[in-house]
Design a protein around this ligand. Structure first.
Ligand SMILES: C[S@@+](CC[C@H](N)C(=O)[O-])C[C@H]1O[C@@H](n2cnc3c(N)ncnc32)[C@H](O)[C@@H]1O
Length: 433
């Protein structure tokens, strides 16, 4: 026969174990406790067990409020007894052990100060390190695990935003983005050649190569690991018309007038010379070809609306966390394109509303499936914590209007194959960054 609850309880007391079920049945609420005071519990030598077991005991009959309150009150018995009345106010603690309290406060203050300091400055500022950073991200595998083949934001329609971004598949949002970017570009329906400038793992290159099987698609990046992974995935997916190469977008070993479409998705952020970036892409574009750029931009700074000190500090953090030398505005991209004197039909748009959910969505996918991060150990935990802080600050910067998501397109003039020197006189001055 099973022992009764009282028998089990007595046995627990004899063995100096008290569980929440014992407390529930046999200890009076502390408000009425009288004889069964904290000191009595102390005599039983059981506060610690009571504290942990009362919470952990799976036998506990109920977690209803009165029981829970009672349990936590008894658990409080584990706190140091500083006065005869058993009161534990901070003032009394301070009076009984001022040095201890001061040390604890100082430790807490220092830790908070240290953490604030640690996260107030970017940790991966730009110093020709873009290839290395992407090599590291590729090797860790975490970025690809969560973001899939694409390292760019996703797009969320108005209806999807109203329904809640978590309802949309995070990776699908990125494929949708490419389709929207293609539509925005106004590229002809059958391009024969596409250059993907700053191609990441090559997700976009492969997607476009599948869409246009008659086209040759080349992706370039500074990261050898991305070239390796992109090539591997193209082989696995049977996409022979997509190829990848390590090449600097600012000095491409590609002849003038080579591509029908030049595509640049979220690579401009990393360029230390945005003017050269735009000029190089226009150079390799065929006359009549399409250039389309997607890029995180900062808002235009005007004499009427200069950046505040706080905004400058925030931008500096966003530059310095993910190897960005600086950002420019959408309008500045338009001016740079115009400044080449070889591009017509220039249009810039701000896609912040439809891309904004991406920042928090990327945190959400990690929250619901954290195991890959957990399995990687402390270095990656710390790095991930930094990524989360940066994602939140990016979200805030875009939400507040400090940052804008730029989409810019243009077509190379039919006579745009003229050498740069012949164009010089027609050029309009380009505002300095
Ligand atoms: C945010 S990822 C975007 C990847 C890709 N476009 C996508 O949408 O998935 C930025 C890419 O730009 C590349 N990149 C940055 N600076 C570059 C440069 N100077 N030349 C070539 N690629 C560059 C990086 O190596 C990386 O592949």
């Amino acid at each position: 026969m099973l022992p009764s609850h009282t028998e089990r309880c007595l046995a627990h007391r004899q063995s100096k174990r008290i569980t929440s079920s014992c407390l529930h049945g046999h200890i009076q609420p502390l408000s009425r406790r009288g004889a069964f005071s904290r000191r009595r519990l102390h005599t039983l030598g059981a506060q610690k067990q009571a504290r942990s077991e009362s919470v952990l005991d799976l036998d506990a009959p109920s977690t209803s409020k009165p029981v829970a309150q009672e349990v936590y009150q008894v658990a409080d018995a584990g706190l140091p007894q500083s006065t005869p009345s058993g009161s534990n106010s901070l003032a009394e603690l301070a009076a009984s052990n001022p040095a201890g309290l001061a040390t604890a406060a100082a430790a807490l203050g220092l830790t908070t100060f240290g953490l604030v300091k640690l996260f107030s400055k970017g940790s991966r500022s730009y110093s020709n390190n873009v290839g290395d950073e992407y090599d590291a991200w590729t090797e860790e595998g975490i970025l690809e695990y969560y973001w899939g083949e694409h390292i760019h934001l996703g797009v969320y329609s108005e209806a999807e935003r109203a329904a809640g971004y978590t309802k949309k598949d995070f990776k699908q949002a990125k494929y949708d983005f490419i389709d929207e970017m293609l539509r925005f570009s106004g590229a002809p329906p059958n391009p024969q050649s596409i250059l993907d400038v700053g191609c990441g793992f090559g997700g976009t290159s492969r997607h476009l190569a599948k869409k246009f099987p008659g086209a040759q698609v080349k992706g370039i990046t500074l990261s050898p690991k991305q070239v390796e992974r992109g090539t591997e995935l193209a082989k696995q997916q049977g996409v022979p018309n997509a190829s990848f190469e390590v090449m600097d977008a600012l000095a491409m070993s590609i002849p003038d007038n080579s591509y029908d479409v030049v595509w640049a998705c979220e690579s401009g952020e990393h360029m230390p010379d945005k003017k050269k970036y735009v000029e190089e892409m226009v150079r390799v574009l065929k006359p009549g070809g399409t250039l389309v750029i997607a890029c995180w931009c900062q808002r235009e700074e005007t004499p009427d609306k200069p950046f505040t000190t706080k905004e400058r500090e925030e931008l500096q953090f966003l530059y310095d966390e993910w190897a960005h030398p600086y950002f420019i505005s959408i309008q500045e991209f338009e001016r740079l394109l115009k400044g080449t004197g070889k591009v017509e039909g220039i249009v810039g748009e701000d896609w912040t509303p439809q891309t904004l959910p991406s920042w928090l969505h990327s945190i959400w996918v990690g929250v619901v499936d954290p195991w890959i991060v957990i399995s990687k150990g402390p270095r990656i935990w710390y790095k991930t914590l930094r990524e989360i802080v940066t994602l939140i600050r990016m979200h805030k910067a875009f939400e507040s209007g400090l940052m804008e998501y730029g989409l810019i397109r243009g077509a190379k003039l039919p006579d745009g194959s003229m050498a740069w020197s012949q164009q010089e006189e027609q050029k309009e001055p380009v505002a300095a960054k």
